[in-house]
Write a protein that binds this ligand. Structure first.
Ligand SMILES: [Fe+2]
Length: 265
């Protein structure tokens, strides 16, 4: 069993904040602290101290509790992707940069511009475990991806999703919002006769009704059902009424546009 533990808590309405703890030293790293009240209450419950803070992008619902955490743990170093222009960021991380923290944890930054230009995802692995965990913020959700806030930068966003797709199927994915059920309604509208998708929907519906987080998901599951990761899949193009001559990025743009205008029944 790993000495590391990943926990999550709800913040704001539908944000998740993730904490990784070294259970031997009781030191933590925290991703996207938001909602000072919830964040501080959860950190107090955990005890110990925060040694690092990681931000996936600039949106307020991912950063607005950073100063509150710093007030209690002034030694906690605030990290962000290289394009994240916020005064609170102390260390900027480059694409593919690896850092060793928390006595046995490796964190690799994968820059994933698209939702915003400053987006970063973080791939985490532990010295004492073979699993890998990707913290995507709003770059990739279970069954969805973020809207585009810095212009229609389709090439950048599709490239970012391709970087994620290139990781191992077994990678566990943790994203920042509980949108899975609503995202699935959109996918089902595109692919209503897909039996496996219907089964997956039933699973997610039950979890959601019981208040169980739908994270982590895995890259394998996302590659199978998440339409934003299927824009290079000839079968998916066919489903949308196109043949393989339609470019992957055009399909991505089309699906992203459809999703933004999709009305939940
Ligand atoms: Fe966001």
């Amino acid at each position: 069993m790993s000495i590391f533990n990943i926990s999550l808590f709800n913040a704001n309405r539908d944000n998740y904040v993730y904490v990784i703890t070294n259970t031997k030293t009781n030191k933590h790293i925290i991703f996207d602290p938001t909602d000072a009240h919830e964040t501080l209450a959860n950190l107090e419950n955990l005890g110990g101290e925060v040694s690092e803070i990681f931000l996936t992008h600039r949106h307020h619902d991912h950063v607005d509790a950073v100063e509150d955490v710093k007030a209690i743990f002034p030694q906690a170093v605030v990290h962000g992707g290289s394009a994240l222009e916020l005064d609170i960021v102390e260390k900027h991380l480059q694409d593919n940069q690896e850092i060793e923290i928390l006595d046995g944890l490796t964190l690799k930054t994968i820059l994933t511009p698209g939702h915003t230009l400053d987006c970063a995802s973080y791939l985490v692995s532990f010295d004492d475990d073979d699993s890998q965990f990707l913290f995507t913020g709003d770059s990739l959700f279970s069954m969805g991806c973020g809207g585009m806030f810095d212009g229609r930068i389709l090439d950048e966003y599709w490239n970012s999703l391709k970087k994620i797709k290139a990781l191992d199927d077994e990678v566990y994915i943790f994203a920042s919002h509980e949108y899975t059920l609503a995202n699935l309604a959109f996918i089902l509208a595109i692919d209503p006769d897909n039996k496996k998708l219907q089964e997956f929907h039933a699973e997610i519906l039950q979890k959601t009704q019981e208040g169980i987080p739908t994270y982590p998901t895995t890259l394998k599951i996302e590659k199978e059902f998440n339409v934003f990761l299927r824009c290079d899949d000839p079968e998916f193009k066919k489903l949308l009424g196109y043949d393989d001559t339609k470019s992957d990025v055009d399909i991505f743009g089309l699906v992203r546009h459809k999703k933004s205008h999709f009305i939940l029944q």
